[in-house]
Design a protein around this ligand. Sequence first.
Ligand code: HEM
Length: 233
Amino acid sequence: MSPESAVREPQTRTRQTGQPQARTPQGRERRPRTASNPRREILLLKTAIWVTGLAPILWLAVAFFQRDLGVNPVEKIIHIQGRWTLVFLLAAMAVTPIRRLTGWNRIIQVRRLVGLFAFFHACVHFLSYAGMEQLFALEYILADVVDRRYITAGFAALVLLVPLAVTSTRGWIRRLGKRWQRLHRLAYVAAGLGVLHYYWKVKGDTFWPLLAALTLAGLFAVRLAYRRKRKRR
Ligand code: HEM
């Protein structure tokens, strides 16, 4: 027996084409190496999300210990965290509209991860404020939540994100059934409050909060348009 024939791959025929299908030496089907290998596509996307999600924290930690965060490092940390919270929140809200507009259904597989990174950044943002600005003094934090409207809005957004993060698992999706979708519409309220928090915070230059508001409104409009279309059918 030649060495080639000793390792020759066993073959079966594909159902669609009747062409011989390659198998691995262990007998598993070998996937065609096309650009749109679904598993690979999602794995790459998830890797990119993990890197983008963790990079700001690592960067902040390194810059903090190198004393490279300017004259007010605490403010800078809170600002950068706040911005990333909003970016991830809007990205999570964008998943369904992207799916509707492009028909790229697999993108839904990364929605949970993006949403959890939004929650993670919101928690780090809040903890940075609570720990570095208020030294975890509960009475000062509560006074801020009551007295400063931008803190009230941010805090309300964070509170709303808690049930969404908790119920993002498969078990909860199954348990809640249709109620899950209704509950997760709260993400729009949380994102709206996050944008309002940003707008009230910046005072002067409102370009970025208004852009965030416009983005959120656009995403909401796509969702509404799709719902109307589906009802008419
Ligand atoms: C979904 C929730 C939240 C989002 C999306 C969010 C987003 C933001 C954004 C974008 C900024 C402004 C960054 C800049 O000026 O460039 C900010 C600032 C700030 N946020 Fe939040 N935030 C959230 C929750 C919270 C919570 C829960 C707190 C505290 C209770 C909080 C406290 C602050 C503070 C104190 C600042 C200003 C820091 C300073 O100027 O010293 N945020 N946030």
